[in-house]
Design a binder for this molecule. Structure first.
Ligand SMILES: *[C@@H]1O[C@H](CO)[C@@H](O)[C@H](O)[C@H]1NC(C)=O
Ligand SMILES: *[C@@H]1O[C@H](CO)[C@@H](O)[C@H](O)[C@H]1NC(C)=O
Ligand SMILES: *[C@@H]1O[C@H](CO)[C@@H](O)[C@H](O)[C@H]1NC(C)=O
Ligand SMILES: [Fe+2]
Length: 295
């Protein structure tokens, strides 16, 4: 009996210590600074040139049916406004493709400060894009419908719950949540900003993504080279240190646009709650007809 009485507090004590240790091994917030940079020991299993995840991998697979939203993503507009984007419908690729009508599915976001209570609603617009290749044998592409809605009049540093989609079908998403940035002043700034580049969509990209999720940033700066879709079709998803050495006969790097959709699904758990701002990198150069590269 006495032994048991002692055992419970001892167990509790070690549980608390374990949690404190776990908490201190997290990257501290900017508000706790200044502090020395925290670095992690390199995991050598994150070797260079890991292969791309296959298109049928569960993290890349489309689960949404009909015109239900998928690939939900946020971008900052200001501390009091946010962009919500998502995708509906199916992309097409091949020798004869017909674009979807972007007006066929509405772009709506319902939101509010309490879960399940959406006091406001905004509408936005939608587009489709096509990629045409100038070389024989390269397959043309036309995208799913891409929806963008800007919601404004928000309070800074505040949590909002939202659903997006088309309520007339009805085809609304599950509920998601985000927090607006604090209003900017010398004593008020985001808790943590994650800076990341060269993420890719390889067997090691999820380690990086999960590390970002674990550190709960207020904002993500993606500084280029997102999916490496630009050469997927030519390389067959294999990492190549030198593209022109390995494929001297390829007329251009044939991009494979469905990789973007896979990446959008892969990123949704993170970027449907943390806004991501993007800068294009060299792997976003995607040559098409008429000398078009970034489109
Ligand atoms: C792709 O589009 C271009 C420009 O319209 C066209 O010349 C080419 O034949 C198309 N290729 C295929 C495979 O559809
Ligand atoms: C990185 O990917 C390789 C396979 O390409 C795998 O063996 C290794 O365990 C992965 N490492 C991590 C940390 O995910
Ligand atoms: C699709 O559903 C499966 C099973 O629930 C899940 O493991 C996977 O992560 C989902 N994929 C996406 C892209 O949502
Ligand atoms: Fe890169």
């Amino acid at each position: 009996m006495n032994y048991l009485k002692l055992w419970i507090p001892v167990t509790l004590f070690f549980t608390i210590i374990a949690q404190i240790k776990l908490a201190t091994s997290q990257i501290p917030t900017t508000l706790e600074g200044p502090f020395k940079p925290v670095t992690r020991t390199f995991d050598s299993s994150l070797r260079r040139g890991s292969d791309d995840l296959p298109m049928d991998h569960p993290l890349l697979k489309k689960n949404a049916t009909g015109n239900f939203p998928e690939q939900i993503a946020l971008a900052i507009s200001s501390p009091t406004s946010m962009w919500v984007s998502w995708i509906t419908g199916d992309a097409q690729i091949g020798s004869s493709v017909t674009a979807l009508d972007p007006a066929s599915v509405a772009s709506e976001v319902s939101y509010g400060k309490e879960s399940g209570k959406y006091t406001s609603k905004r509408r936005g617009d939608s587009i489709v894009y096509s990629q045409l290749y100038p070389f024989e044998g390269l397959m043309n592409y036309t995208s799913c419908i891409i929806h963008h809605v800007r919601i404004d009049g928000l309070e800074p540093g505040t949590k909002y719950y939202y659903k997006c989609g088309d309520s007339s079908i009805p085809a609304m998403s599950e509920e998601h949540v985000f927090e607006t940035l604090p209003s900017s002043s010398p004593n008020s700034y985001p808790r943590r900003i994650a800076v990341i580049g060269d993420l890719g969509l390889t067997s090691n990209s999820s380690t990086t993504r999960d590390h970002l999720i674990m550190n709960d940033p207020s904002l993500i700066l993606m500084i280029g080279d997102l999916t490496y879709a630009n050469q997927y079709r030519t390389t067959g998803g294999k990492g190549v240190p030198c593209f022109s050495c390995s494929f001297p006969d390829a007329p251009i790097r044939e991009t494979y646009q469905p990789r973007w959709d896979g990446w959008g699904r892969f990123m949704e758990p993170l970027i449907s709650r943390v806004p991501m701002m993007v800068v294009e990198g060299n792997h976003e150069i995607e040559p098409q007809v008429a000398g078009i590269t970034f489109k």
